[in-house]
Design a protein around this ligand. Structure first.
Ligand code: COA
Length: 275
């Protein structure tokens, strides 16, 4: 895989890609270069058959300290075209690209997670944090509001009372609270974070990749559709899945169950893993 100035990427033999924001000295704040690197890296990983599940994390004590307040807001302040270009890349990769990424994504939140980083967490399918990770909507503390993609991320994921409480107070909260309010799936002691995430990532990597992509698409598109359109879309998607899998869910999935070879309520059929 290509070398990136602000990222480190490793792929393990089970198909789990680990993408690490790699500006620990700046608490992995998202500089214009980090946004450009993310857009390019996600494109590369999208088409890399060795990556079946993608984990996003941060080097050092931070997951990501949000937008780079110096390089993004200050240094691009008087360069409107360049600001617009970086803003569009920044919004796209955390929003549409991650949301509709054809492979499952997991945010592994190891430390500080502020402001613009909430949109990364929201863009990922799953989020698991260290219990002592620190989250905060710090924008109010420097006199602004959760701009760009962040207000929409809050509206999508948080209950109204929590979104406005943390947005208006700027109070920080830890991984346990993040789990209690539903911003992440759950929190574990920092020492076991990586092992825990890898167990989940490997479990998902062993499933059928087309079924995983359909699970994501069915969920995300249904959010924006009325009931009739959602049912119709799901039916079309089922036909498309059958085609892409060459009928595997019917033959190996339901077929093996009917032959008494496995019980899908209790286990996955390993024969359905592809790639
Ligand atoms: N943008 C730009 N630089 C940042 C940054 C950000 N969001 N967050 C941290 N940095 C830089 C600091 O300026 C400092 O740089 P320096 O060494 O050149 O002075 C370096 O990262 C380390 O930061 P420091 O504050 O010394 O580390 P810390 O561990 O004591 O505190 C934070 C970490 C994240 C709590 C603190 O840096 C902070 O509050 N950052 C701003 C977070 C924020 O409001 N993000 C929302 C942006 S939308």
């Amino acid at each position: 895989m290509k070398t990136y100035e602000t990222l480190a990427i490793d792929v393990d033999p089970d198909g789990v890609g680990i993408l690490t924001f790699n500006r620990p000295d700046k608490r992995n704040a998202m500089s214009p270069q980090l946004h450009r690197d993310m857009a390019e890296a996600l494109e590369e990983i999208r088409y890399d058959p060795t990556v079946r599940v993608l984990v996003l994390t941060g080097a050092g004590p931070a997951f990501c300290a949000g937008m780079d307040l110096k390089q993004f807001f200050t240094e691009l302040g008087d360069k409107p075209a360049e600001y617009d270009k970086v803003f569009r890349i920044a919004t796209e990769w955390r929003g549409r690209t991650l949301r509709y990424f054809p492979k499952p994504t997991i945010a592994m939140i190891n430390g500080f997670c502020f402001g613009g980083a909430f949109a990364i967490v929201e863009g990922c399918d799953l989020a698991i944090a260290a219990e002592d990770a620190t989250f905060g909507l710090s924008e109010i503390n420097f006199g602004t509001f959760p701009g760009g993609a962040v207000s929409k991320a809050l509206a999508n994921l948080l209950r109204p009372r929590d979104a406005l409480f943390y947005g208006m107070t700027g109070r920080k909260f830890d991984g346990k609270v993040a789990a209690d309010i539903g911003f992440i799936n759950y929190a574990v002691p920092a020492a076991s974070l990586r092992d825990e995430v890898m167990v989940v990532a490997r479990e998902i990597a062993a499933k059928n990749s087309h079924a995983l992509a359909a699970t994501k698409d069915g969920y995300h598109h249904s959010l924006d559709m009325g009931w009739d359109a959602a049912i119709s879309y799901a039916n079309v998607m089922q036909d498309s899945l059958t085609l892409r899998q060459k009928g595997a869910w019917q033959e190996k999935g339901i077929g093996d169950f009917l032959k008494g070879e496995f019980r899908p309520g209790l286990e996955a059929n390993p024969g359905l893993r592809d790639g």
